[in-house]
Ligand binder design. Structure first.
Ligand code: HEM
Length: 139
């Protein structure tokens, strides 16, 4: 992705950061609507999980122009997700819920361009996580 796409994604995420808790609630509601079976993979109380998810997306988005640092962190996250029982197909559902949340949260500020940019970013994160979950752990 080029630097303009990265800047667009970063700018749009900074609009979400102040409403992170609301956005996370929208996200999980949507996720469990898309696939109710996923609810059982998470704790009953999602408070901590919401904060962790938003924090990690913030780290990833802010780190897009520093992939040398970001990629190992995302690979480690992906390996941990293998341990949570997350499968490749789950990533599609999570991606759909995330894009829907962004579109809903950003409202008029959402655009076809952002849809394309965020699809690319999520695809990069998901691919990096999935590949790491399959690869042998580094020494
Ligand atoms: C870009 C994609 C994703 C990001 C950024 C993300 C982020 C996180 C973070 C930060 C945690 C906290 C624990 C840790 O750091 O290891 C977590 C836990 C978890 N995630 Fe994800 N995740 C993603 C994709 C997924 C997918 C596709 C699923 C499948 C349903 C999933 C299910 C879970 C579960 C089950 C936990 C553990 C919950 C618990 O222990 O209560 N995540 N995720």
């Amino acid at each position: 992705m080029d630097s303009h796409a990265i800047e667009r994604v970063q700018a749009s995420w900074e609009v979400v950061v102040p409403i992170a808790d609301t956005a996370a609630t929208l996200f999980y509601n949507r996720l469990f609507e898309l696939d109710p079976a996923l609810r059982g993979m998470f704790s009953d109380d999602l408070t901590e999980q919401k904060a962790k998810l938003m924090q990690m997306i913030t780290v990833a988005v802010r780190g897009l122009d520093n992939l040398d640092t970001l990629v190992p962190a995302v690979q480690a996250l992906g390996r941990r997700h293998g341990g949570y029982g997350v499968t490749d197909a789950h990533y599609d559902t999570v991606g759909a819920a995330l894009l829907w949340t962004l579109a809903t949260g950003l409202g008029d500020a959402w655009s076809d361009q952002l849809q394309e940019d965020w699809t690319t970013v999520y695809g990069l994160l998901a691919t990096t996580m999935k590949d790491a979950a399959k690869a042998p752990s580094p020494a």
